[in-house]
Write a protein that binds this ligand. Structure first.
Ligand SMILES: [Zn+2]
Length: 216
């Protein structure tokens, strides 16, 4: 009997993986031996799920260099156990020293949050971005060009998520315990391939508003 179910086709992906592994080994015969021993990344990347914004690829870094969590529009939400667990593990176990919240221009989540089209369950996630819009609506409505307005919201959302990351008890505990930890904000520009660092790095508890401080 012929199986009529479509089983998917990963042949291209598996073939490309074989080529990649072979090339890596040709450059460094011990690459995978070392990789299998463990990880000690310097960075935690909080990025967008967008397939065009792959952290290791765009940063030119390698396997083992970046610990990653990604979701729609690079949010750090205080009720999201996934992101919070990644954050805690990255800081307390892997001992990363730099956290990068990275947005990108042309973000589908940002565009969706600025519109009224329903996306089902995702609408609940996008609500967080609408809240950022509302917080800055005077500035955003001043911008006439819809693409420029969306680009500005991308940046404002990065600022918001940088601070959301800093407000967590995990990050505050790291600072109280004198750990060297900085939270950065960046935006990736798809049309140039360049990463822009925003002026919003936070590296001490003194930089956050007192209402969010926890007496650890
Ligand atoms: Zn995006």
């Amino acid at each position: 009997m012929t199986n009529t179910w479509y089983m998917g086709d990963l042949s291209k992906l598996i073939a490309k993986n074989k080529i990649w592994a072979k090339q890596k080994k040709a450059i460094d015969p011990d690459f995978f031996v070392e990789l299998a021993k463990g990880q000690s990344p310097q960075y935690l990347w909080i990025g967008c799920s967008d397939s065009r914004v792959a952290p290791a690829t765009l940063s030119g870094l390698d396997q083992g260099d970046i610990f990653v969590t990604r979701n729609i529009s690079n949010l750090m939400i205080h009720t999201d156990l996934n992101s919070l667990s990644v954050l805690q593990y990255a800081i307390e176990v892997l001992k990363v020293s730099d956290i990068i919240v990275c947005g990108h221009y042309g973000c589908g989540g940002i565009n969706a949050a600025m519109g009224v089209t329903p996306f089902g369950l995702t609408d609940n996630w996008l609500r967080n971005i609408k809240d950022v819009f509302l917080q800055h609506k005077a500035e955003l409505y001043e911008i006439q060009d819809p693409i420029e307005r969306a680009n500005r919201l991308v940046e404002l959302n990065v600022y918001k998520q940088v601070y959301n990351t800093c407000y967590t008890n995990t990050v505050q505990a790291a600072w109280v315990n004198k750990k060297n930890l900085t939270v950065h904000g960046c935006v990736f520009e798809l049309s140039t391939g360049l990463l822009k660092k925003l002026d919003c790095s936070v590296s001490s508890i003194e930089q956050i508003d007192s209402i969010y401080k926890i007496d650890i």
